[in-house]
Structures are given as structure tokens and as C-alpha cells.
Design a protein around this ligand. Structure first.
Ligand code: GFB
Length: 314
């Protein structure tokens, strides 16, 4: 991927896509193409075809998706399935037809079976039933993986698929009804501290284990793999370490300087019990995550105070 290459980042406004755009800029890529949702609706097939025919991107990072936490996934199954299928279908097909050299598709660790052996190796794909709370999203992401593999097999299109673990970082969604756990807890602890509330409510039992990757680490891996990986098989992107939700809450509470109680609301779902990726394939290629969880959360908390919280100047 030479520095003058025409590179399209689909989903540059989101957590993963914005980090990839920043990383491309920092690495000196001069021709990064982006479109806001108002300029180009990726669910609109003819519009996507016209865009690719006009712009002819050579490399495509497909980081656009409808995403959300456990509650959003369960509340909007049709939206998660439809929009993700449409985005994948439109972008992968148009990229191939317009002659792109390579496309990178971002999947998710939730594509793996609910009770996959831990840490989860790439070979676990399609070996068991999915976690029900996000199976709609997972099925759409599995379709994206298969589409990339089918276009490679039938047309020789260089499409690769990365499976990032749970992401967090600056630019995340802090809306409590739609967000993932890290931004939700940053916001809850900050607001509890600011208002002097005596307790913070954490969903579920606190015992599920999750692996968290900073979006800047994901972006670094995404650039690395665009340059160094061209296999049909999927590749996991994670840190190789996980924590319980209770431990995560303790860490975020500490960073926010909150001294009250934690209350676990067991009427809310836990989701999958554990989701730790086996990252040996990625490590063997020479890439490792660099941002420790405490440091990453501290930076995200600072971003939230400056830019992300309802009262912050944007
Ligand atoms: O991040 P999260 O929503 O997604 O939840 P998943 C992770 C864990 O944190 C669950 C608990 O056990 C939640 O019950 N949790 C505790 C909370 N308090 C909160 C809170 O205030 N907000 C949220 N959101 N969670 C998602 C999938 O699963 O993972 C997506 O639904 C996607 O499809 C994403 O794949 C990476 O890790 O359970």
C-alpha cells in the first residue's frame, strides 16, 4: 500500500473507522477517501456503485457497521441484521467490480459459538450455536466473512477478514441504551461521582469475562494486516487477556475517582460467559497489542471529559 494509494475508509465516523483514518494520516497516506452517512448511504446499493465507479479506491477498509452493546443488539434485531448485510453486500461487491486491489472486512468476536473453547481459535467459526442476544449481528458478520471468501474463490478478489475483540476508545458511543460496557461504565461512574450518588448500577452478575482492545491498537493491526496478510482465513485481533466485568467496573471506578458502592442488576443479561480470542496467528506474524487496559481507559476517560460527555465543549 504505497503512500499515494487511493484508500477508502468506510465508516470513518465510527470507533474503528475513525481510528483507522487517524492511523493512515499519521503514517503519511495522502489519498484517504471518506464520506459521511449524509453524503453516501452504504445501505443504498446503486449509490455505493456510483461512488466506487467514480472514485476507484485501490484499498478499502470496511469498518462501517450498525453496532451496539448487548441491549441494542437485543432490541433492534432487524436493523442489525438488515443494515449489516446491506453494507457488506454493497461495499464488497462494488469494490470488486470497480477493480479495488484489496479489501479488509472487520467482523467481530461475537461470530464465534457461545460455548467455544477459550481462548477462541479462528477454527471455531461455525462449530456451534451463537449467543442469542447478538445472533442477528453475528449472522450478518458471518455472511460478510463468507462473502469475502466467496469473492476471493470465484473472482480472485483480495479480500481479508479481521475479527476484532470488544473495542473501546475515543469517539465511542456513550449513550447508555446503545453503548458497550466500557463507555457505559465511564459515563455512569463519572456521573455518579459528579452528583455524589452512593451507588452505580452494573448490568448482570459481574462474572462474564471480556477482552478489550483499544481502537488505536485495532487501527495499527488493521494497517499491519492490510500490508502483511492475504489469506482467505479469518484472523483474530485482540490482546490475549481478559477481565471480569466486576474487575472492569473496579478499574473504571478507580480511574474516575468514584468511592461509592457497586450494585449488580441481575435482571439485565450477562450475554456470553467468556469471549477471549486466541491471538497466536496474529502474534506469529509479528504484531502485538501495545496499549494496556488501564492506560487505554485512562485516555478514553480523558477524551470523554474533554469531548464526549454531555456537558463537554465539542
Ligand atoms: O459491551 P457489552 O454490551 O457487549 O456487554 P457484549 C458486556 C458485558 O458487560 C455484559 C455487562 O455482560 C453486560 O451485561 N454490562 C454491565 C454492561 N454494565 C453494563 C452497561 O451499563 N452497559 C452495557 N452495554 N453492558 C457485544 C455484542 O456483546 O459485543 C455486539 O452485543 C458486539 O454484537 C460487541 O459483538 C463486541 O460483549 O456482551
Amino acid at each position: 500500500m504505497e503512500s499515494g494509494a487511493r484508500i477508502f475508509v468506510a465508516g470513518h465516523g465510527g470507533l474503528a473507522g475513525s481510528a483507522i483514518s487517524r492511523a493512515l494520516g499519521a503514517a503519511g497516506y495522502r489519498n484517504v477517501i471518506v464520506r459521511t452517512r449524509a453524503e453516501l448511504d452504504l445501505c443504498d446499493g446503486p449509490a455505493v456503485r456510483r461512488f466506487f465507479d467514480a472514485e476507484k479506491p485501490e484499498y478499502v477498509f470496511l469498518a462501517a457497521a450498525r453496532v451496539g452493546g448487548i441491549l441494542a443488539n437485543s432490541t433492534y434485531p432487524a436493523d442489525f441484521l438488515r443494515d449489516n448485510l446491506a453494507i457488506e453486500l454493497n461495499v464488497i461487491d462494488a469494490a470488486y467490480r470497480a477493480g479495488a486491489k484489496k479489501l479488509q472486512f472487520l467482523g467481530s468476536s461475537c461470530i464465534y459459538p457461545k460455548f467455544a473453547p477459550q481462548p477462541i481459535a479462528e477454527e471455531s467459526l461455525l462449530t456451534g450455536a451463537l449467543e442469542p442476544s447478538n445472533e442477528w449481528y453475528a449472522v450478518a458478520k458471518i455472511a460478510g466473512i463468507k462473502m469475502a471468501q466467496a469473492y476471493r474463490r470465484q473472482y480472485g478478489f483480495h479480500a481479508i477478514s479481521l475479527m476484532p475483540t470488544n473495542l473501546y476508545g475515543p469517539g465511542d458511543n456513550f449513550d447508555l441504551a446503545g453503548s458497550h460496557v466500557v463507555p457505559a461504565l465511564i459515563r455512569k461512574f463519572h456521573e455518579a461521582k459528579s452528583s455524589g450518588a452512593g451507588e452505580v448500577v452494573i448490568w448482570g452478575t459481574g462474572s462474564p469475562r471480556r477482552e478489550f482492545l483499544h481502537a488505536d491498537d485495532l487501527a495499527d493491526a488493521a494497517l499491519f494486516l492490510m500490508k502483511n496478510y492475504n489469506d482467505p482465513g479469518i484472523i483474530n485481533v485482540g490482546t490475549g487477556e481478559d477481565v471480569t466485568i466486576r474487575e472492569l467496573a473496579g478499574l473504571i471506578g478507580e480511574i474516575a475517582g468514584y468511592r461509592g458502592r457497586l450494585v449488580f442488576d441481575q435482571s439485565k443479561p450477562d450475554g456470553t460467559p467468556r469471549k477471549l480470542l486466541d491471538v497466536r496467528r496474529l502474534n506469529a506474524l509479528g504484531w502485538k497489542a501495545r496499549i494496556p487496559l488501564r492506560e487505554g481507559i485512562r485516555r478514553t476517560y480523558e477524551w470523554y471529559l474533554e469531548r464526549g460527555s454531555p456537558g463537554a465543549a465539542r
